[in-house]
Design a protein around this ligand. Structure first.
Ligand code: CTP
Ligand code: CA
Length: 245
């Protein structure tokens, strides 16, 4: 088949990538969102496809034009908006994946109620109070489900799980401390750690990341264009899935 004919180093691997940022509706015309552009996730999906993988990109409100990707062989794109939609799409697609890369910025909370009609100023006065409820943690849920599938057995070869953590911490040691705690809390195999701020990381074309293993080891670092960074992240899959000598 097409995957077998491709001689890229990820040929035959089924990779699920999430990109962009989820939006939580408040009413028919408003949402709570975040500044993720989706560039890093789209770069990952593009790079994985070009390296021979079969890729499913789940795109949440990406600012990148996806038109050039739609013609690529072995690439499927699903568009979602809210965290609930992303969760449903991921849980459906993950059963047909060898690796999942959660590059999407997922809203941690959503409005408890979504107004059916536009919220009117007249009905609110000078203060508007919103109650937000916690969203499910998609990454942690996937990792927990995998651990359950493999309870008592080691290793867990069926699915490689890679999370992202964008932190505003700029001190490298404190950033690493945050990352090590997060990768364990999530249960992912790897965490792609980077610093974001008002101007860095989001929407830019360059990125600087540290690749952490679940054990807390630095297994890679990458800096440069998002394609360059994507390739270093995907190298983690090449290592893990390379045929054993
Ligand atoms: N993530 C997820 N579902 C959520 C929140 C986050 O799947 N509800 C995923 C993100 O896609 C990312 C990873 O978890 O790959 C880390 O997200 P991050 O926001 O850094 O972690 P949180 O656990 O939400 O911690 P906090 O925002 O408090 O730092
Ligand atoms: Ca979060």
């Amino acid at each position: 088949d097409e995957a077998a004919r491709s001689n890229g180093d990820l040929a035959g691997l089924r990779v699920l990538v999430t990109a962009g940022g989820t939006r939580e509706p408040l009413d028919p015309v408003r949402y709570i969102g975040n500044r993720s552009s989706g560039k890093q996730g789209v770069a990952l999906a593009t790079a994985a496809t070009e390296r021979g993988a079969t890729v499913h990109l789940i795109a949440a409100n990406v600012e990148v034009d996806l038109a050039p990707l739609l013609g690529l062989p072995r690439l499927t794109v699903t568009r979602v908006s809210s965290t609930a939609e992303l969760a449903t799409a991921v849980h459906t697609a993950v059963v047909e994946s060898d690796a999942v890369i959660m590059a999407a910025a997922v809203a941690d909370y959503r409005p408890e109620t979504v107004a059916e009609a536009k919220i009117k100023k007249d009905s609110q006065g000078d203060r508007l109070e919103l109650t937000l409820v916690k969203n499910p943690d998609i990454l942690a849920d996937i990792a927990a489900a995998r651990a359950e599938r493999h309870a008592g057995t080691e290793p867990q070869p069926d699915l490689t799980i890679i999370g992202f953590a964008a932190e505003t911490e700029t001190d490298r040691d404190r950033l690493l401390t945050l990352g090590r705690a997060k990768v364990v809390r999530k249960g992912s195999d790897y965490l792609v750690l980077n610093t974001v701020g008002w101007s860095a990381g989001f929407a830019t074309d360059v990125n600087t990341v540290i690749l952490l293993s679940n054990a807390g080891d630095i297994v890679g670092e990458a800096s440069g264009g998002k394609r360059e960074v994507a390739d270093r992240i995907l190298d983690l899959l090449r290592l893990k899935h390379a045929p054993q000598p």
